[in-house]
Design a protein around this ligand. Structure first.
Ligand code: FRU
Length: 540
């Protein structure tokens, strides 16, 4: 009996020990506490867990997963030999990091490109009755470049038969060799039902090229577009071509997104777009859209229609293979600018984040065909608390954080207001900290312009041109009520004004997080019609 008791105690003691050690084990390891907690680390935007990132690449939806690849240099926080980093998400909001998909090889670095589902296995690269995923990217041959050659960029493909977990480069690469031309890159591929072929668009210097293929292996030149259209303040990069149904009609138009660096409306990198028709061979501008642009090549910015007037939305493209029953055109951009991307003060941890995912819609407006950009509805799941703003006229600054009891620096603001009856009105939405640093989005009713002002928003010495003046966007809408929809993360602001008619994306680096949200009335009066401030949750 005594021995049984002893055994019982021994077992009991061991079980306590076991419990204790289990408890210790279930506590987050030390590094988890600091994961994604470095200064300036975005909390609900995608950023790589470490090192350098630029353009989004290989964005494809397959089997319930949104794939996001990205230009990645795993050995440094500055740009270098490019790989394709990889992450997947079920909702475009929460991301799981996966191993690198594509490494540099003897043909070169892996530059930007796209990915599609080859539903009918036209490439013959599929296995086991499953459609392969095909990645189409640029090989950038630095050896050739160093030797003074001009044909150092060409288009290649890789395929995956395990839902994007591993990728094999096609042995016959490149599939579009370089004919002797510098700046020959960034292929985006789409299946065009009407012409029954794969269509590839990529940038060549100051224009884009279209190629067609039955199988993504054999490509034929179709046409060029753009030499005499749009902004030419810099090199053309990262095009995207897709059909869109014009909202509220059965009409189909084709949209061509085109990134340009430098030459953006506020300096450096930015994205313009064109609306027209594509007949399986040629992209033709819509006559009214063409009338909005002059056909004189010039390096001014007036003859371009911009997707986003902020400085920090570049190289954005849309997801391939979004199911028809969803029907959205889903976009994501790189939230930085080549003017300073390599120097932003997030060293030594990581550099750059993506914008929030967005929907693009084509509308007929008083100005003609225009894209409207909105944050995706999936972001609503981040709302942790909501604070309604009382409708009322306001003539002085309002500390919204204090008045509404708003906490934190991750905020979403929706506000509808009118400035119609108050003469010239200048108002703004501001985020500030106790150190006197602040970031403000202003609107001036006289100039009818929005201003993004990061001139006093914290660190700016890393670049002479990061914060030298506020950045400007003309208000596109003519509606009397102004609608503002804003997202503030730790180091960024995204403005979707008037249901996405005017968009601005900007980054900043306060030395202490911004936690004070205010409505600033500099001149005149603002009549608040309705509004809500949401505190948001992080995703990491
Ligand atoms: C755009 C870009 C692309 C190129 C990639 C290289 O930001 O310059 O044209 O493929 O970045 O990283």
């Amino acid at each position: 009996m005594k021995r049984i008791n002893q055994l019982f105690f021994l077992l009991y003691f061991l079980s306590i020990l076991g419990c204790q050690s289990n408890e210790t084990a279930s506590e987050p390891p030390e590094e988890m506490d600091t994961y994604y907690q470095e200064p300036h680390r975005p909390q609900f935007h995608f950023s790589p867990d470490s090192m350098w990132m630029n353009d989004p690449n290989g964005m494809v939806f397959y089997d319930g997963e949104y794939h996001l690849h990205y230009q990645f240099y795993p050995d440094s926080t500055v740009w270098g030999p490019m790989h394709w980093g990889h992450a997947v998400s079920k909702d475009m909001v929460h991301w799981e990091h996966l191993p690198i998909s594509l490494y540099p090889d003897p043909l070169g670095y892996i530059f930007s490109g796209s990915a599609v589902v080859d539903w009918n296995n036209t490439s013959g690269l599929g296995e086991n009755e499953e459609p392969p995923l095909i990645a189409i990217f640029t090989h950038h041959d630095t050896t050739g470049l160093r030797q003074g050659r001009v044909d150092y960029q060409s288009q290649s493909i890789a395929y995956s038969n395990d839902k994007g977990r591993t990728w094999t480069k096609y042995e016959g690469n490149p599939v579009v060799p370089n004919p002797g031309s510098r700046d020959f890159r960034d292929p985006k591929v789409i299946w065009d039902d009407d012409s029954d072929q794969w269509v590839m668009v990529f940038a060549e210097g100051d224009h884009v090229k279209f190629y067609g293929s039955p199988d993504m292996i054999n490509w034929t030149f179709l046409s060029d577009f753009g030499e005499e259209w749009g902004s030419h303040g810099g090199v053309w990069e990262c095009p995207d071509l897709f059909p869109m149904q014009v909202q509220g009609s059965d009409e189909k138009k084709w949209v061509l997104l085109l990134s340009i660096n430098p030459g953006g409306p506020n300096g450096g990198s930015a994205t313009q777009y064109f609306v027209g028709d594509f007949d399986g061979k040629t992209f033709t501008l819509d006559p009214d859209f063409a009338a909005d642009l002059t056909n004189e090549p010039t390096d001014t910015v007036e003859n371009a229609i911009w997707l986003d007037y902020g400085r920090d939305n570049y190289a954005g493209v849309t997801w391939s293979d979004i199911p028809e029953e969803d029907g959205r055109r889903l976009f994501l951009g790189w939230m930085s600018n080549w003017n300073y991307a390599n120097r932003v003060p997030t060293h030594p941890y990581w550099r750059s984040a993506m914008t929030v995912p967005r929907t693009l819609e084509l509308h007929t407006t008083s100005q003609g065909y225009r894209l409207m950009t909105q944050p995706v509805a999936e972001l609503k799941q981040l709302r942790a608390a909501s604070h309604p703003i009382t409708a009322r006229p306001v003539t002085e600054d309002v500390n919204l954080s204090e008045q509404l009891g708003v906490e934190g620096s991750l905020l979403e603001v929706e506000l509808e207001l009118s400035v119609a009856n108050s003469g010239t009105t200048v108002f703004g939405i501001q985020m500030a900290n106790d150190k006197g640093e602040h970031y403000t989005i202003f609107y001036n009713s006289e100039t009818r312009e929005f201003y993004s002002d990061r001139t006093e928003a914290g660190k700016k010495d890393f670049s002479d041109i990061f914060a030298e003046q506020p950045h400007v966007a003309p208000r596109a809408s003519e509606a009397e009520n102004i609608k503002l929809h804003l997202f503030f993360d730790v180091a960024s602001a995204e403005l979707f004004a008037d249901d996405g008619a005017t968009v601005m994306t900007e980054i900043f680096f306060p030395t202490e997080d911004f936690t004070k949200l205010s409505l600033i009335v500099e001149e005149g009066a603002v009549d608040i019609k309705s509004g809500t401030v949401y505190e948001l949750k992080g995703i990491w």
